[in-house]
Write a new protein. Structure first.
Length: 322
């Protein structure tokens, strides 16, 4: 299989390394910056600074890891050349052009998956599995949180020049969309019932930096989602309250707890404390490649990723300041 990675920033470079470690020997890479050739070379990938030249080389699949505002043009180009698609989150910064992409993917019978690495973290994956097994009874509510500090994400580069800082395609609602995805993954389709959004002015950016969302799910449950990249600590967690118990996960602990009817916390899922963050990125890429081999539908297809994007854009366009 011949796989192309479009965009060689930090996440594109990670995907390139993981593809190599998963045994993909025919790798292609595109980035408009000539200095990115060294990243491709380190992974044994042929480098292109023109996407059309790369598509002419005939990749079977394309990993779109360019800045968010380039996702749709590159994905459409790849699909029109018959490439299966793995797109980094978010799907886009706008819904413009999504219908055309979905039509192209359907007409050509292509697989398309949007990155959802938190679904491959053993914590959220266990919460989802336990919910499906009825471990907490009928779900009533969820709280999904991610808090971090953007200036520390990539210490070697200036966060003010990153795509996260773009007024058009950056901001915490798009950049931290994983938690919106998890809320929908846990409890099903939802509409935005309310949102409060604060700017990232404390770190000198004219983008949304903190958001509180309230979602009303079709199943009758509600969820609240906090997104922040202006918090000085790193906190990531979720809790799902059901009629018969509460499931709880914290990123810093290698376990999922269940509080039963007696209120006592019991460990219901556990993994090695030596688990490494890159494992979820490698596992999601392995899942995508396996789906291509077996002909299965991958997790987080365009329709699900679009649902998360709709929530994020609704909060961005209608979220008020408290």
């Amino acid at each position: 299989m011949r796989v192309a990675v479009l965009g060689l920033g930090s996440i594109g470079a990670r995907h390139l390394r993981n593809l190599r470690s998963l045994g993909v020997s025919q790798l292609l890479a595109y980035d408009p910056r000539p200095e990115s050739a060294s990243v491709a070379e380190a992974a044994g990938a042929a480098f292109f600074d023109d996407p059309n030249a790369l598509f002419a080389a005939g990749p079977d699949a394309a990993v779109v890891a360019a800045p968010t505002d380039r996702h749709l043009p590159l994905a459409l180009g790849a699909a029109r050349h018959g490439c299966h698609l793995f797109l980094e989150k978010p799907l886009s910064h706008t819904t413009d052009g999504l219908d055309a992409l979905e039509r192209e993917v359907a007409a050509r019978g292509l697989a398309a998956m949007v990155a959802c690495n938190m679904r491959f973290h053993p914590g959220p994956a266990a919460v989802r599995r336990l919910l499906a097994a009825g471990a907490a009874g009928r779900p009533l509510a969820a709280r999904v949180v991610t808090e971090s500090y953007l200036p520390r994400w990539r210490p070697a580069s200036d966060y003010r020049a990153s795509y996260s800082a773009s007024p058009e395609s950056g901001g915490v609602l798009l950049d931290c969309i994983h938690e919106i995805d998890l809320a929908l993954w846990f409890l099903g389709p939802a509409t935005l019932a309310g949102a409060a959004v604060l700017p990232a002015s404390g770190i000198g950016l004219a983008v949304d930096g903190l958001a509180e969302l309230l979602l009303a799910h079709a199943c009758g449950a509600v969820s609240s989602v906090r997104l922040s990249f202006v918090s000085r600590d790193y906190h990531r967690a979720c809790r799902v309250v059901g009629e018969e118990g509460t499931l709880a996960w914290d990123f810093h602990r290698p376990e999922v707890l269940c509080f039963g009817p007696d209120g006592v916390a019991r460990t219901v899922a556990q993994w090695s404390p030596d688990w490494e963050v890159n494992a979820m990125y490698r596992d999601e890429m392995r899942h995508f490649l396996d789906c291509l081999v077996r002909g299965d539908a991958p997790q987080n297809p365009l329709s699900e990723a679009r649902a998360s994007l709709d929530v994020a854009l609704a909060a961005r366009n209608g979220g008020g300041r408290p």
